[in-house]
Design a protein. Structure first.
Length: 477
């Protein structure tokens, strides 16, 4: 029976995609890349590729100065997306440009120092292949890496990092992740979509530019002179990401996956996903205009800035899930540091709690499976429905050696307590305080987690939690 059900499901999926495939491809292309005006500029001189990287030694670790950002935007969307970029951009530290489709209008001037330096893309309309392109707008986006490389300001650059103007980076984590790789070799580092149907329509082994991807300098040095040839070879492709991956595959370079890079091809409330983030540093988030604000009672811009308050203090722990138990109360507690705390009125093993609660909706409906990861369904079972708390504020204590994050209840569950012998209601808990060391956790790069102790005392409405190193052989269940 299971085999026949599975067969019918895949047959149904095949029929549906055969009918809707072309329409969905156009739909997704427009959603991922809102229409921008194609530059009609004659003000730019012909492009000359300059191979001008430094002869620096590679004996010291990668740092922020070694990364050059290639951000792509549109003048007509920049005003609404600019706050996302400025939330993480560090003037006088971060390098790179925001590439636009047309010169900035008067209301954008003077160009603020809090934004990446403005750069106009070169004119792709003059390319011989341009009339043949299935989606001409994507040629501009695709060639932005070439435009950045050709500016010539590549002294000391080890990585070119491509992203959209609504991508939010956690730069310290990005640096730590890229430092794992030898930039003198050819690396293409990114992540596929969370959505099965998105990957089916485009590619399962393609990095999504909205999530952000990194190309090592040596790879860009080889790719840049060949990008126009790639357009000639693939004029029928609809997205710049697909073009880039195809060109890199033709050079023999495969995608290296980093699970902390997030396209966010989801809709609605993604708190369930962030609250059960994988055991890797969180590097990017994307598509903020298509999801609910990630913190309640704040708009999208305010919510992003609020998350960055925690990111400014400790990115190594940001959104890292730590699970512990209040055995006398028969409770399970899941902490997503700097973001949320969930309290369950039953003992639930970590193997279950590590799966995201499906608070979100798929980017596009279709037959299952919908996501590239396992989820837990939202339920009205009081034993498996958490009391949810979101970060309220963060500060350092005791001479900056301890960090205190405080989480306030979102709202009451409006459910009866879990009716299991020995259980207690968590309705009286209004606030959770989490104490952690101020030292950066290098162990997260190796997939190691923190453990914790619950210091809650019966009768109080505040729960205190202390993060600590896990003991050897400690079972989280």
């Amino acid at each position: 029976m299971k085999h026949r059900f599975r067969s019918r499901s895949f047959v149904a999926l095949g029929k549906l995609l055969a009918i809707l495939g072309p329409l969905l491809l156009i739909f997704y292309t427009l959603l991922y890349n809102p229409p921008c005006n194609v530059p009609s500029s004659d003000m730019l001189s012909p492009m000359v590729v300059k191979l001008s990287n430094s002869t620096e030694t590679v004996n010291y670790p990668t740092n922020i100065s070694h990364i050059k950002f290639v951000l792509v935007g549109c003048t007509k969307t920049w005003l609404t997306r600019r706050p996302y970029t400025e939330a993480w951009w560090r003037p006088n530290q971060t390098r790179g440009n925001i590439f636009m489709d047309s010169p900035p209008p008067k209301e954008f001037l003077p160009w603020p120092k809090t934004s990446p330096p403005f750069q106009l893309n070169t004119d792709a309309t003059k390319l011989p292949v341009y009339p043949k392109l299935a989606n001409p707008i994507e040629a501009r986006i695709f060639r932005s890496v070439l435009d950045s490389f050709s500016l010539g300001d590549n002294q000391g650059v080890r990585w070119f990092v491509m992203a959209d103007d609504d991508t939010v980076f956690f730069i310290d984590n990005l640096v730590q992740v890229l430092a794992k790789y030898d930039h003198t070799k050819q690396y293409y580092v990114g992540m596929h979509s969370e959505s099965v149907i998105s990957n089916f329509l485009f590619a399962f082994d393609m990095a999504y530019g909205g999530a952000g991807y990194a190309l090592s300098y040596s790879l860009v040095e080889q790719l840049a002179p060949l990008m126009n040839d790639c357009l000639e070879r693939y004029p029928f492709m609809h997205t710049s990401d697909h073009l880039t991956s195809s060109c890199l595959f033709d050079l023999g370079v495969a995608l290296t996956l980093e699970r902390g890079i997030h396209q966010i091809d989801l809709l609605g409330d993604i708190s369930g996903m962030i609250s059960a983030h994988p055991q890797v540093p969180i590097v990017t988030l994307h598509h903020f205009d298509n999801i609910d604000p990630i913190f309640p009672d704040r708009n999208r811009t305010e919510a992003v800035k609020h998350l960055m308050k925690a990111a400014e203090i400790d990115q190594s722990r940001l959104a890292q899930q730590t699970i512990c138990y209040d055995k006398p109360m028969n409770w399970s507690v899941s902490v997503s540091w700097g973001y949320s705390v969930h309290i369950y009125e039953s003992i639930i093993p970590r193997s279950i709690l590590k799966k995201p609660l499906e608070t979100f909706k798929p980017w596009k409906n279709g037959p299952p499976p919908l996501y590239m990861f396992n989820t837990r369904l939202v339920t009205n079972d009081p034993c498996h429905t958490p009391h949810v708390f979101f970060m309220e504020y963060i500060r350092k204590l005791k001479g900056n050696s301890v960090v205190l994050t405080t989480y306030r209840r979102k709202d009451q569950r409006r459910l009866q307590p879990c009716f299991v012998p020995g259980n207690y209601s968590g309705d009286n808990i209004l606030k959770v305080r989490v104490f952690s060391n101020a030292t950066v956790r290098k162990e997260v790069l190796a997939g190691k987690i923190d453990c914790c102790n619950v210091l809650h005392m019966s009768g109080m409405n505040v729960m205190n939690i202390k993060l600590r190193n896990c003991r050897k052989g400690e079972v989280i269940a």
